[in-house]
Design a binder for this molecule. Sequence first.
Ligand code: CA
Length: 547
Amino acid sequence: MGGRCLSFGLLSLYIMKIISYLIICLIPLTIYGENRKENRPNILFVFSDDHAPHAIGSYNGWLKEINPTPAIDKLAESGMIFVNSFCTNSICGPSRAVIQTGKHSHKNGFMNNGNAFDWNQQTFPKLLQKAGYQTAIYGKSHLKGKPLGYDDWAVLPGQGLYYNPDLIFPDKKRRIEGHCTDVVTNLAVEWLNQKRTEEKPFLLMVQHKAPHRSWMPALRHLPLYDDIEIPEPPTLFDKWTDNAPGARQQELEIDRHMDLNYDLFVDLTPGFHQERSQKAQDRSAWRNMKRMTPNQINTWRSHYKPKDAAFKKGKLSGKDLVRWKFQRYAKNYLRCVKGVDESLHTLQEELRKLGLDKNTIVIYSSDQGFYIGDHGWYDKRWMYEESLKMPLIVKWPGTIKAGSKQEEMVQNLDYAQTFLDLAGAPQPKDMQGRSIVPLLKGEKLDNWRKEIYYHYYEYPSVHMVPRHYGIRTNRYKLMHFYEFGDEWEMYDLKKDPDEVTNLYGKEEFLELQKSLKKRLKNLQKFYDDQSDTSVRPEYIEKYRKKS
Ligand code: CA
């Protein structure tokens, strides 16, 4: 009996010791776990619309002398700039759908701007919420429907308006006075101050309409660049002689398609700045001008009126007219960019004031690039460099080496997994990108991708850019325009960065062509792109008529 008591006593002692040991061990683990959770970084994702990298000072483009982006440049100086950052499908809605899902257009179902995004599918914000993040989105969504996966949101209906825009909130639609870029910035600042939950890390997406068409800058930016000439791009008068026929059939030329009235707000008729016909008023910029307050419209008119009078007096034609249109377009575009740059500055100042700057990763990007007169064009859609490229600049205090330049090829396809990786959340196997976190940490990876895949689908549609897919490596690009037959283009980006000499079919490049075609096929297999790429006879006749 005494022995049994002794054994029981010893056993109790052991159990007590084990419990104490576990308590001693687990308490710090729990604290560590909590700390780790609290220390997960916040993410501020500032995302604009149609902001080409070459309209950012730190991207060293031909517009760098204008220096339109001091805040974005400062972000690059304190973080990492990705100089080979590309989209998978160069158009607003589809680019955003790729970011939400981490899947190519043919997998997420949003291939054209006309499609509606299926919000019931897996998206990264939903997964971030599951991982304990507080999420919010403000500004342009362009995915239709009420956004899912966000604790708070307010989005523009469709493209939204620049002046006094409507915004759809979870409960109702409200019109807010001011320039859209400022309105969206203010909503984000208000969220940081009033709606943020201290206990949770956050993802805050600030998605600007600017600098999307029709390029209407804030009133305070109207006089900017008035006293300078914007340098013209080297390909402003490109005649696309070496391209496949699609480049000559498009409808996005400054010369033939940019409208003096719709795009550049030029007063073409007596009384134009006063009352307009219903038809004219229904057009985007003019519809927006009807919503301006008397003060706003007066400032707007007094800015453009003398310029329009001088333009009419000049009676420009030919190349002179193209040059004039380019100047007004590029200036308005850069004025809109200026507003976005100021927004980035304001948001970062707010982080600093709230003591959040040290633990917040700040990302600047835009849904795709844009032609600012390059190849004589405006708009996007093509796989040529100016619209294929996306800006991507990331500041991660304490982790990214300030002022670093990343040359590996990344895509918007990688963002979803990157956000999840930053949050320490699992990355679903069906996502098709790759987390760029190791690149942000400065790791050298031998197995990083050596080529990217692109596929554009929206034809026939506004601007008439034919469907095409292609591959881009560090040095070469091969594109297939398939709807009207077997039309190809191939470029050496090192020797020919403006893509004016098509190497496809040239004897000395046949081996390269063969190998790129094989790699392209492998990419289509890898991403499981089984989209319809057949020749469309019903389009061919119309298309030839234009030739
Ligand atoms: Ca866009």
